[in-house]
Design a protein around this ligand. Structure first.
Ligand SMILES: NC(=O)c1ccc[n+]([C@@H]2O[C@H](COP(=O)([O-])OP(=O)(O)OC[C@H]3O[C@@H](n4cnc5c(N)ncnc54)[C@H](O)[C@@H]3O)[C@@H](O)[C@H]2O)c1
Ligand SMILES: [Zn+2]
Length: 366
């Protein structure tokens, strides 16, 4: 446990209503994880002015009426196209139509796509207005809504444009997760396994013990799942607010191979969490070869990924992936930098990995 201890402490408090409130150091975001949060938005945030809601064409109809009074609502098209510059341009047009001022607030109500697009609009409208994130997917609650990264896709690549703009509040209502499609819910579980293998093996044990109720989406268990992931994300981003000290690199466990797989499939066959799961398995095999993980830990990672119906390896030859790996900014001088999980310790970024060893781990995972 001592090896997992962080310099930063996340203050955690459970309220009378059973909400879990999290804050960390000077990081400007308060996180609340609970049930039935959306109808309590005003009392939770203490805000008097109505927010402007940005949702997508699924989350708007599902949840748009819960937060009560609003200045207006803009619906993005669902999926990655919701993060295009033309979709974000549509948000600006609606904000102008509602007379949104510098003191107003945008409320992002949806998954990671909505959070990134609405966050980018909030970062840039009148040079920055307040933002509340109400994430409605497991991936967004456990990961993307916390940390301040907002972004847009260009035809030249995903997330090429963006800004740091942390939300004042992240309100994660776990009841929203019950309507998610199984395939989408699974994408968030991959990020949860990332926290377990990368940050805290006790959390991985908890995932193993609670896999059944997690998959049944028992709200009590989801509350613990989301609040633990939020605590770990908040600790890492508070350590490295603007991605300068290197601490945030740990959040990339499984992502270097994952991103290459996503790109190699033209962002069609591989969804983000599925690709990260395959990447975690390759990183675990590599860690085994480097003496950082034992065989049993590697097997545990494979078992929990399978339990969550996540892939345990890639599906295309190394040569296909190498092309996309070489484009990664963490690939310098023909040597990749990769995050490696370690037994009983947080993962670490290594820049001394021989390419043949990575290839061996990749091919063993095929
Ligand atoms: N900013 C960050 O730090 C960060 C980190 C990781 C990922 N991301 C981004 O997050 C995005 C992926 O997010 P995602 O996986 O949440 O995808 P998403 O936002 O596309 O949501 C997936 C689908 O689920 C639907 N949906 C959302 N909530 C629902 C609910 N409660 N019930 C039923 N359907 C619901 C959406 O309409 C969408 O069709 C990517 O664009 C990725 O780049 C950002
Ligand atoms: Zn991710």
């Amino acid at each position: 446990m001592a090896k997992n201890a962080r310099q930063v402490t996340v203050r955690t408090e459970t309220t009378e209503q059973g909400d879990i409130r999290l804050r960390c150091g000077s990081f400007p975001t308060s996180v609340v994880v609970g049930r039935g949060l959306l109808p309590r938005l005003d009392s939770l945030t203490g805000r008097k002015e109505s927010p402007f809601i940005v949702a997508d064409d699924i989350t708007g109809p599902l949840f748009g009426d819960y937060p009560g009074k609003r200045k207006g609502m803009h619906l993005l098209p669902r999926g990655e196209k919701g993060k295009s510059l033309s979709s974000i341009g549509g948000i600006y047009t609606s904000l102008a139509g509602c007379g949104m001022e510098r003191t107003d607030t945008i409320l992002a109500l949806g998954g990671g796509v909505t959070g990134d697009a609405a966050g980018f609009a909030a970062a840039t409208w009148m040079r920055g207005i307040r933002l509340i994130q109400c994430p409605t997917t497991l991936l967004a609650q456990a990961d993307s809504a916390i940390g301040g990264k907002t972004g847009a896709n260009l035809s030249e690549g995903k997330n090429l444009v963006g800004a740091f703009h942390p939300a004042e509040w992240v309100l994660s209502d776990v009841e929203c997760l019950r309507s998610q499609k199984e395939e989408d819910f699974r994408q968030g579980l991959a990020e949860a396994v990332k926290y377990g293998a990368g940050e805290d093996w006790n959390f991985l044990s908890w995932l193993e013990e609670n896999a059944g109720p997690i998959l049944r989406r028992d709200c009590g268990v989801l509350l613990r799942l989301v609040s633990d992931c939020s605590r770990m994300k908040l600790a890492v981003v508070s350590e490295d607010e603007r991605e300068q000290s290197g601490a945030r690199a740990r959040l990339n466990l499984g992502h270097t191979i994952g991103h290459a797989l996503e790109a190699a499939s033209g962002y069609k066959r591989w969804k983000h969490g599925d690709a990260v799961a395959a990447g975690i398995m390759v990183a675990a095999r590599l860690a085994g070869r480097l003496g950082e993980l034992g065989e049993e830990e590697c097997r545990r990672i494979g078992r929990i990924l399978s339990r969550f119906s996540l892939p345990t390896g890639p599906d295309r030859p190394w040569e296909d992936i190498l092309l996309f790996l070489a484009r990664d900014k963490k690939f310098t001088g023909g040597v990749p930098s990769l995050v490696i999980p370690r037994k009983d310790a947080p993962c670490t970024l290594r820049s001394d990995i021989p390419l043949p060893l990575l290839r061996e781990a990749y091919e063993k995972s095929l």
